[in-house]
Design a protein around this ligand. Structure first.
Ligand code: NAD
Length: 297
């Protein structure tokens, strides 16, 4: 069924996601603070509004795709924000990757005001956003999930209900903590193999059929050769930028501290990615950390 959808945050991810909602036949009212993003959105058939509140005023559904928790708090709860303007009964969906605490605080405030809301961060990157093949990890009540699922399925290939409010964000940062740690582990193994005179392709052939097998090895190998599609084969052009991995690792550490979970390797991965990014590599693919482990700047 056709809906009027407000879409706030039309950046690298939000722009193509909103365009896919238009392609699916919805009316999309977009807002972003950057004029160039509004112009690009209009070319994709998105009507643009003068503020988040303006976009939300006529909406049955509001989707947000913003950089971080502070932006999400202000867009929903701030002056000229969504909550003050959106009609009763609207469904609110935040697809940004943000800290669990902000997700729960915003979720609690909007539910208090009588709205259904889900946190629905994504995996799949800008390619997945453009192709409509994202994976959504959704936190919220059964009723809110049932309403969000058909909307999200226009923008993704998998929509998974993770549990109650905040668990979508929890799933995202837990997954990416595994990824950050495992990429460093795989990189260390290739560097050790080099020093031991073990050929990289041979290590790949053996480890990919042994207990070292994991996604960082077999889908995203940090050395050129074994996995032709991995960013290592194109000088570590992302892919998934190291800056974004660092952001997600910091979120996992914030959540670990807040909940008392011991994550010593997550902490180490966060500090190694901080060094890698501080050395000017934040825009490179996160698998490029292998070069730092080799001793290169
Ligand atoms: P982006 O910076 O390109 O887009 C964010 C947009 O929000 C920008 O266009 C910005 O102008 C806009 N914005 C900021 N404050 C605003 C406000 N108050 N009102 C309206 N618009 C505002 O970032 P992105 O790459 O699209 O990522 C968005 C989110 O998705 C982030 O939380 C990121 O961690 C997450 N994410 C990104 C990727 C990726 O590969 N890019 C993958 C998975 C998840």
């Amino acid at each position: 069924m056709m809906a009027t959808i407000a879409f706030v945050g039309l950046g690298n991810m939000g722009g193509p996601m909103a365009a896919n909602l238009v392609k699916a036949g919805h009316r999309v009212l977009g807002f972003d603070v950057v004029e160039a993003n509004l112009a690009r959105a209009r070319e994709a058939g998105i009507e643009t509004a003068a503020s988040a509140a303006d976009a939300a005023r006529a909406a049955e559904v509001v989707v947000t795709m913003l950089p971080a928790g502070a932006h999400v708090r202000s867009v929903y709860l701030g002056e000229d924000g969504v909550l003050a303007a959106v009609p009763a009964g609207a469904l609110l969906i935040d697809c940004s990757t943000i800290d669990v605490e902000s997700a729960r605080a915003v979720g609690a405030a909007v539910r208090e005001a009588g709205f259904d809301m889900v946190d629905a961060p994504v995996s799949g990157g800008v390619g997945g956003a453009a192709g409509g093949t994202l994976t959504f990890m959704v936190g919220g009540s059964d009723a809110a999930f049932a309403r969000a699922e058909p909307i999200l399925s226009h923008m993704g290939k998998a929509v998974i209900h993770a549990g109650g409010p905040g668990t979508g964000q929890a799933a995202k940062i837990c997954n990416n903590m595994i990824l950050g740690i495992s990429m460093i582990a795989v990189s260390e193994a290739f560097v050790l193999a080099e020093r031991l005179g073990l050929d990289a392709q041979k290590l790949f052939d053996i480890a990919s059929k042994s207990s070292g097998q994991c996604w960082s090895l077999t889908s995203y190998c940090p050395v050129p050769g074994p996995v032709p599609a991995s960013p290592a084969n194109r000088d570590y052009v992302p892919g998934f930028a190291a800056d974004m991995m660092l952001k997600d690792l910091k979120l996992s550490q914030q959540a670990a501290q807040g909940s008392g979970a011991p994550t010593p390797l997550g902490a180490e991965a966060a500090s190694l990615y901080a060094i890698f990014c501080n050395n000017g590599n934040g825009g490179k693919d996160f698998s490029g950390i292998i070069n730092m482990l080799r001793g290169e700047p």
